[in-house]
Design a protein around this ligand. Structure first.
Ligand SMILES: *Cc1c(COP(=O)(O)O)cnc(C)c1O
Length: 575
């Protein structure tokens, strides 16, 4: 592939070697003596400043269009005004009181106080004075696990996630496979791939996992990859590699383009690595990234175009050939986010389901992320990032040749890594095999299609977003109901669905193997919830409240603050 590989030839070093201070000041003296006054210089700087700002504004308007640009400006300004108003002491106090109350509510819900009589009923704020024996620890672990049932100490109950009433979250490959994975993890518990000479078995399993996933995605023989700790890290690495690839081409202000349906990890990457992210709309009907807008958003700073196969929220596969062609023509990179598609999309055809192009067979696709810990059923903390060439993968590495601790070289963010997870992943892939994944794809995708067709044909108050082909079905109100209220009624019936801040507002279910046996329950509960949301003008529930707030101009700031307090609360130890 031409776009990925070659690093541009550098110019003869003399032509842009940094000038010494003396050289520079004599240059300035020469410029001044040639009749350029300080005023003229000031003028030049001013013109440069205005020019670069105008260029940025022009690119912004071209990327987003006139009306949306004005709307964005309005949003930015109104948020700034609200932020200013919230500095008024009286208002600030009032908001703080309300936030504190909400936080107390969150903590009351989150911080679990185990019922008395358990080994773990006393909270451990510090190390125990004397270490506990094996039986105590194992018994305590059993009790902690029992908390997942939501039941008291004596009652028996199954873990909540086993009910199958949770969207995504738990990608369970069956109890037998969990046992094999546990064995694998146990055997390799102390290993660390940072020391391949000490742990050759882990090195071999890691290279085999990468190779298996490359094959699944029809990578050319030149392709290469690494394992990472999850989808987010895979995406971070793809964006970091694209930034450094751009730097090698002297692109100092790199930009990436993705759609509003792309995963939050791309925003995180842009934030961490100083890449500008341009977010384009999805088509109203197909829900795919709008290529026309991508084209308008591209400029000399663009290093990466991003497509999803499929997206997290709406479960839609973008037009990957269209995106990749745009990237190839511009000589830039194209990433496909298959984190969720993982071990489903490559098996769609063999499972007898319709599919769309998504992998390295599409000319112009330069990197793909695939989560082994989603539909690959590997233990959490496992993903693979792939590149079309080894040269491209190089841009991901971090190497520090003159560290006092020795030459330091690592492929991804972590230094030391858990070899046990690699062993667990290898065990999962070997246990499932091609036929196992084909079968699980047929079951999971079949469940999603059943839900989709029930909504389309039997629930006229709802509409499915786009034409999903994989495991996610997102649906919005067709007019008469508030979709978030439907979500709240589903919560009351024990379902954990995801609210989406899409336009139109929607909720989704991501089917897993656990969903398959409860598809009929889902459909009948959804019908009932729609009825209840229509007839009862109830107090808005949690989902309706949260997403309602997000749609106001004060919302995003407050929701952001609440989200941070939520994370704070997670590490609060009960008294
Ligand atoms: C889950 C997911 C990710 C990120 O994965 P994590 O493993 O949670 O870090 C990225 N993209 C999509 C489409 C996903 O569904």
């Amino acid at each position: 592939m031409s776009t990925g590989a070659a690093i541009p030839k550098t110019r003869p070093s003399g032509s842009y070697a940094p000038a010494s201070l003396a050289q520079r000041s004599s240059l300035l003296a020469a410029v001044l003596s040639q009749g350029l006054s300080i005023n003229t210089l000031r003028h030049v700087v001013f013109v440069y400043f205005v020019h670069s700002h105008l260029l940025r504004a022009w690119r912004h308007v071209r990327a987003y269009g006139v009306t949306p640009s004005i709307y964005r400006l309005y949003l930015t300004l109104s948020r700034a005004v609200i932020a200013l108003m919230l500095r008024i002491p009286a208002l600030k106090r009032k908001v703080k009181t309300e936030l504190d109350a909400a936080q107390a509510g969150i903590e009351a819900k989150l911080v679990v106080r185990p019922p008395p009589g358990l080994r773990v009923s006393e909270t451990n704020h510090a190390l125990p004075q004397h270490g506990k024996d094996r039986d105590w620890v194992i018994g305590a672990l059993q009790e902690l696990q029992r908390l997942e049932t939501g039941k008291g100490a004596e009652e028996d109950g199954e873990q909540v996630w086993r009910s199958g009433r949770i969207s995504g979250a738990v990608y369970h490959g069956g109890d037998e496979m969990s046992e094999v994975i546990t064995q694998a993890i146990g055997r390799f518990i102390l290993t660390n791939p940072l020391h391949p000479d000490v742990f050759p078995g882990v090195r071999r399993m890691e290279s085999e996992v990468i190779s298996m996933v490359l094959r699944m995605y029809n990578a050319p023989p030149t392709a290469a990859g690494t394992t990472t700790s999850g989808g987010t890290e895979s995406i971070l690495m793809a964006c970091k590699a694209a930034r450094d690839w751009g730097n090698a081409r002297r692109i100092k202000r790199p930009e990436l383009i993705c759609s509003r349906s792309a995963h939050a990890a791309f925003h995180k990457a842009a934030d961490y690595f100083g890449v500008k992210l341009i977010e384009v709309e999805v088509d109203r009907v197909s829900r795919k990234i709008r290529l026309e807008q991508v084209r308008r958003a591209m400029n000399g700073n663009t290093v990466l175009l991003v497509g999803s196969a499929p997206s997290f929220g709406e479960g839609i596969i973008d037009d990957i050939p269209g995106l990749a062609a745009l990237a190839k023509r511009a000589g830039i990179l194209c990433h496909v986010d298959c984190c969720l598609g993982s071990f489903l999309v490559p098996f769609l055809e063999r499972a007898g389901q319709p599919s769309e192009p998504f992998d390295f067979r599409v000319d112009g696709v330069t990197s793909i992320s695939c989560d082994t810990h989603k539909y690959g059923f590997a233990p959490k903390g496992s993903s693979v990032i792939m590149y079309r060439s080894k040269e491209l993968r190089r841009f991901q590495y971090y190497v520090q040749p003159d560290w006092t601790g020795g030459v330091y070289a690592s492929p991804s963010i972590a230094g030391s890594r858990p070899g046990a997870l690699i062993a667990g992943t290898w065990a999962a892939l070997m246990t499932m095999g091609d036929d196992g994944y084909t079968q699980s794809c047929a079951g999971i995708v079949g469940a999603a299609r059943q839900i989709e067709s029930a909504i389309r044909n039997e629930i006229p108050q709802l509409m499915v977003l786009g034409k999903p082909l994989v495991s996610v079905v997102a649906f919005a109100s067709a007019g008469k109901v508030n979709i978030y209220e439907v979500g709240d009624h589903m919560s009351k019936k024990g379902w954990h669905l995801n609210g989406l801040a899409t336009e139109p507002p929607a909720i989704h279910i991501a089917c897993t193997r656990l969903t398959i046996p409860v598809v009929d329950d889902f459909i009948s509960d959804l019908k009932a919830s729609v009825k209840e949301a229509r007839t009862r003008a109830a107090q808005p529930g949690a989902m309706a409240q949260l997403y309602g707030l997000g749609q106001t101009s004060i919302g995003p700031g407050l929701v952001g603050e609440m989200a941070a307090r939520y994370i704070d609360a997670l590490t609060t130890v009960a008294d």
